[in-house]
Design a protein around this ligand. Structure first.
Ligand code: GLU
Ligand code: ZN
Length: 475
């Protein structure tokens, strides 16, 4: 059987959008599922809007998501190819030079709209004589090359592997430009040539490209190329059911990454936007996604990109990932933060940090929250007492309790949580008071607060020395 080849073809005119990331992910899943190849093709022929910086960032974000490509191309390296084919079409009478200027075209577009006609190119350069051409060239006009649409536009059918056949009665497009006057190709032209030359067997992209696909059908025909299969994914919407936009929050993969989402969570969330395993399962490993992915399970209805759901996924992954990996992911957030001072972090040390992160992670849904997380703050220096903590510390027995604890802990090397509990019990008996009278001042002195994670865990992580220091500074 022939190898299945799919592609992701972003234009580097901005950061990778979550919609683009979903398209990339679905293509990658398809390739993996069928042991095919994923081609990354950077569509950067629009020189003005494209940038190297965006190209790099797209590659970086794909890597972060774990989407690896097998082959890589940049359209700007291939300009000669597009030009060659455009000339070939002119030579065969399937395309022609158009000398109309931008201003002229704009004026005619306006007029058409005023008169209630579709604002499409009127084909006036289709049959220029040699003299007319010469005159335009002498005027210094730089021609574009336009594709000659069939005179009688038959109605177009786009066979779609997801949606079924989609019919277009008439395309409201005149003869369209395939090569601009600066020699760069238009999107549709470069896309068809590349999909053919790169032997793409299946084009899977978002449904806002449907009319492009219809236009592209004519190019396949004119170029004598066999068509690949097509599939169009329904659009991603914002929570208000309108097009996903910045208004309702982050839309680029980069922003989510900076805000402390795990790639696993992002991938899981994106996979379920337009695909479902048909049971209630929600958490999927990459391997499971690959195994279960199939075009039959693609859901053909608009999908709401729900940030709350993403937070939920992220929280799940934060709880579940291996501790080592969690520490690795979390550390840069703490190190890069202004609210966590460097000395504190250093003072805490790797082992305590590791245990502290494990203790607080159930209450975190984004890595960025760690920075201001109250439970995390317990482990850093410079704690201040809350009013409630001051109040607890002023209880009648508090001083005696804390002094007794200091005596017990002094000189110890480490403390397990069980040993902390044991000490609390013994202190209670020694002073002949209640549990509350021991636990509460202890927590207040060590953490500055009256509630938080289990105090025996906190003390075990901090260790006897730090604990004693904290209690002494309160005493
Ligand atoms: N460069 C196009 C885009 O970013 C690619 C569309 C396609 O997949 O053909 O939308
Ligand atoms: Zn013209």
């Amino acid at each position: 059987m022939k190898t299945k080849r799919v592609r992701f073809a972003p234009s580097p005119t901005g950061w990778l959008h979550v919609g683009g990331a979903r398209t990339a992910l679905f293509n990658w899943l398809f390739a993996k599922k069928h042991e095919g190849k994923l081609i990354l093709r950077i569509e950067d022929t629009d020189v003005e809007r494209s940038s190297e910086e965006y190209t790099d960032s797209i590659k970086e974000d794909l890597k972060w998501l774990g989407i690896k490509w097998d082959e890589y191309y940049r359209q700007s390296d291939r300009l000669e190819i597009y030009e060659r084919y455009a000339r070939k079409l002119v030579h065969e009478g399937k395309a022609y030079h158009c000398y109309c200027t931008e201003e002229e075209l704009e004026e005619r577009r306006k007029k058409a709209i005023e008169e209630g006609r579709p604002p499409v190119y009127d084909g006036r350069c289709r049959n220029l004589t040699e003299e007319e051409k010469k005159r335009f060239e002498d005027e210094g006009r730089e021609p574009t090359i336009r594709f000659k649409l069939p005179e009688q536009q038959p109605h177009v059918v786009v066979p779609d592997e997801i949606k079924g056949d989609i019919e277009f009665d008439s395309l409201t497009t005149g003869d369209f430009v395939i090569l601009k006057s600066d020699g760069t190709p238009s999107y549709n032209f470069a896309c068809v040539l590349d999909d053919h030359l790169m032997e793409i067997s299946f084009v899977l992209r978002a449904e806002d490209h449907l009319t492009n696909t219809a236009k592209q059908m004519f190019l396949y025909e004119a170029l004598g190329f066999e068509q690949p299969k097509f599939g169009h994914l329904s659009m991603l919407l914002g929570p208000d059911k309108s097009k996903l936009s910045k208004r309702s929050g982050a839309t680029s993969v980069r922003e989510f990454r900076k805000n402390g989402y795990l790639p696993e969570a992002m991938v899981n969330h994106l996979a379920l936007l337009g695909w479902s395993s048909k049971d209630q399962q929600e958490i999927f490993s990459r391997e499971e996604l690959i195994e279960k992915f199939s075009l039959d399970n693609i859901v053909d209805s608009p999908q709401v990109f729900d940030r709350e759901k993403l937070d939920w996924f992220n929280g799940q992954y934060i709880k579940e990932v291996e501790l080592e990996r969690f520490v690795e992911l979390a550390t840069p957030f703490l190190e890069g933060s202004e609210s966590v001072d460097e000395a504190s972090l250093k003072e805490l040390g790797d082992e305590r940090l590791r245990r502290a992160l494990d203790l607080v992670r159930p209450s975190v849904s984004k890595l960025s929250e760690l920075v201001d997380n109250e439970d995390m703050a317990i482990f850093f220096e410079g704690l201040e007492l809350t009013d409630e903590a001051e109040e607890v510390l002023s209880w009648e027995d508090s001083d005696r309790v804390l002094r007794a604890i200091v005596t017990r802990f002094s000189g110890m090397e480490e403390l397990t949580p069980e040993e902390v509990s044991e000490s609390v019990k013994e202190t209670k008996e020694e002073i002949d008071t209640g549990y509350k009278q021991v636990y509460k001042p202890l927590r207040a002195a060590v953490t500055g607060k009256i509630s938080g994670p289990e105090i025996k865990e906190v003390i075990s992580i901090l260790g006897p020395e730090k604990t004693v220091n904290r209690i002494n500074s309160v005493l």
